[in-house]
Ligand binder design. Structure first.
Ligand SMILES: Nc1ncnc2c1ncn2[C@@H]1O[C@H](COP(=O)(O)OP(=O)(O)OP(=O)(O)O)[C@@H](O)[C@H]1O
Ligand SMILES: [Mg+2]
Length: 137
């Protein structure tokens, strides 16, 4: 996906949906960007694109949420993760065997072959969404 200038939460959701439509089992997407940059908003679109009808909320107090769909989507948020044993306990490999995985604060993980999307807050409702590494298919 080329760099994308979003002017609203709805546009960010739409960008996420386009990615969600392309997801397969085994795909891992790491999202980076400051607080309020739009990561959860984007995931709402991703879930929609995978065919999930589940409401997407920030899993900040719950490390992982799973949304069933055409492809299962596991939504992970590492903001509150405290140590590397919690990272190991996520069960990332198993989640990636069951479906696709999208990770907020993904800079805290290093996953071979993962896609990377970066969000930059430009002020107001404007955000830049950059694909640092696209899906491998
Ligand atoms: N262009 C935009 N894209 C995304 N969100 C936007 C945009 N304009 C305004 N917003 C608003 O900004 C907020 C983004 O919050 P969101 O929870 O998606 O960010 P986040 O990156 O997940 O933050 P956190 O790091 O706290 O998890 C929402 O309230 C959303 O409505
Ligand atoms: Mg969030």
């Amino acid at each position: 996906m080329p760099d994308y200038l979003s002017n609203s939460a709805a546009e960010t959701e739409r960008a996420g949906m386009l990615l969600g439509e392309r997801l397969h089992t085994g795909d891992v997407i790491l999202l980076t960007g400051e607080l309020g940059a739009g990561k959860t908003t984007f995931v709402r679109g991703v879930a929609h694109g995978t065919g999930s009808k589940a409401p997407v909320a920030s899993p900040t107090f719950q490390l992982v949420r799973v949304y069933p769909g055409r492809v299962q989507l596991a939504h992970i948020d590492l903001y509150r993760i405290e140590n590397s044993s919690e990272l190991r306990d996520l069960g990332l490999e198993e989640l990636a065997q069951q479906g696709a995985v999208v990770v907020e604060w993904g800079e805290r993980l290093d996953v071979d072959g993962a896609a990377r999307v970066e969000f930059e807050h430009l002020g107001g409702d404007r955000r830049v969404i950059r694909t640092i590494r696209d899906l491998s298919h």
